[in-house]
Ligand binder design. Sequence first.
Ligand SMILES: *[C@@H]1O[C@H](CO)[C@@H](O)[C@H](O)[C@H]1NC(C)=O
Ligand SMILES: *[C@@H]1O[C@H](CO)[C@@H](O)[C@H](O)[C@H]1NC(C)=O
Ligand SMILES: *[C@@H]1O[C@H](CO)[C@@H](O)[C@H](O)[C@H]1NC(C)=O
Ligand SMILES: *[C@@H]1O[C@H](CO)[C@@H](O)[C@H](O)[C@H]1NC(C)=O
Ligand SMILES: *[C@@H]1O[C@H](CO)[C@@H](O)[C@H](O)[C@H]1NC(C)=O
Length: 452
Amino acid sequence: MHSATALAALGFGASVLAQQAGTLTTETHPSMSLSRCTSDGCVAEDDSIVLDANWRWTHDTDSSTNCYTGNTWDSSLCPDGTTCAQNCAVDGADYESTYGIVSDGGALTLTLKTGDNVGSRVYLLGPESENYVKFDLRNKEFAFDVDVSNMPCGVNGALYFVEMDRDGGMSEYENNKAGAKYGTGYCDAQCPQDIKFINGIANVDGWTPSTGDANSGTGSRGSCCNEMDIWEANKVSTAVTPHVCNKSGQTACTSNSTCGVGDARYDGVCDKDGCDFNPYRMGNESFYGDGKIVDTSSKFTVVTQFITGDSTDTGDLTEIRRLYKQNGNVIQQATSDISGVSGNSITDDFCKAQKTAFNDTDSFESRGGVAAMGDAFSRGMVLVMSIWDDYAADMLWLDAPYPADADTSKAGVVRGTCAADSGVPATVESDSGDASVIFSNLKVGALNSTYS
Ligand SMILES: *[C@@H]1O[C@H](CO)[C@@H](O)[C@H](O)[C@H]1NC(C)=O
Ligand SMILES: *[C@@H]1O[C@H](CO)[C@@H](O)[C@H](O)[C@H]1NC(C)=O
Ligand SMILES: *[C@@H]1O[C@H](CO)[C@@H](O)[C@H](O)[C@H]1NC(C)=O
Ligand SMILES: *[C@@H]1O[C@H](CO)[C@@H](O)[C@H](O)[C@H]1NC(C)=O
Ligand SMILES: *[C@@H]1O[C@H](CO)[C@@H](O)[C@H](O)[C@H]1NC(C)=O
């Protein structure tokens, strides 16, 4: 689940002609290194990060008049989605002062609240700064260090992969002239409808300002694609979750049924629930947390391995494994302690058994299960890092009893030690606006090559 609480920032400086051609720009991408590893060692690649277009100041291409203010569109600049995309520009970003995003090249810090801005979402951009880096993790592993010690209940510091277009949709959609350089083209398995421009069209049709979130709203279109959540976490709980869709690549959904809204949740293009492995939810309450086996009061390394059936880089994905390293010790993922569910990794058998044990609807297998996640990797996925709070469900699905009124003695209900009334965004933002996550030491490579 990912909400985009975006700020319509007022800013200065030259603009890019939005989803039009630009001349000048103040956009400077913070650098971020990615190490590519084999059994012989690692080689660093000089990449950078780019802020999602949804957070950017969106204004008239000819002036500084806002196209979007707070959570509403300007009706004269944006009478319809296509005209709006032609009239409006997304601007360069001041990463640190407006959005609280700081990188020293190896470590990226994201802060929950900076001024009026809430949260952020960034993508890994390749050395040429025009295209996102695409990852195929079949028969590979991805590793990073994370510091979640300043991440309380209700806040999520996420690192994950989604099947966005390499160029942010610029070559495919004529009204998108900003592209990956300006963070366009986001999609995920929630088919988010708070995205302001989807496939070169502003999401003006049916736009409904959020009642709780002063910066956000939803339109009639959503942006769907496969999503591999390696890391959704705070200092209390963590989950690793593949979500698959029955369509390849990024696609727009245009109805409640294809977007999977409300009662149609399980009819949509994508599997919104996913198949999650959260050690606490799987019955091990002493594994992850402050002072626990994986001790979230200090930094640790997270390694996620993608095993194929035939142990080749092109084989079917069959298993997703997790290990941690902290203070020199390698710590294997906790084993399920739930009756009827075995193992400490994600496989189709694990997912089926877990859905049955928790009486959850299974919308993962019907869209292809673990192998479908591998198929998405074969086409390439984009790395996302974000910090967010949750206007839809108070992050209870990650760190607390969920649903809030469910019987907590039932297996699968409790996901962490946070209270059932925790995670309310207004409270989180006023009490913990300075919450922050630090991601560092990104590495990708052959199995067992990144952490020993
Ligand atoms: C789509 O779902 C929303 C939210 O549940 C609802 O308000 C709206 O009426 C639905 N639209 C249609 C066309 O059914
Ligand atoms: C995708 O899944 C939905 C819901 O199960 C279904 O209605 C739709 O027909 C499927 N589409 C494809 C292309 O398989
Ligand atoms: C939790 O995980 C640790 C490490 O794998 C293990 O030693 C411990 O027995 C587990 N506890 C439960 C209740 O399963
Ligand atoms: C399982 O879920 C279904 C539908 O969500 C519900 O009707 C049923 O009562 C649940 N069963 C148990 C044992 O909780
Ligand atoms: C990686 O390490 C694990 C545990 O040490 C071992 O079981 C596995 O065979 C190794 N895989 C490869 C490809 O080296």
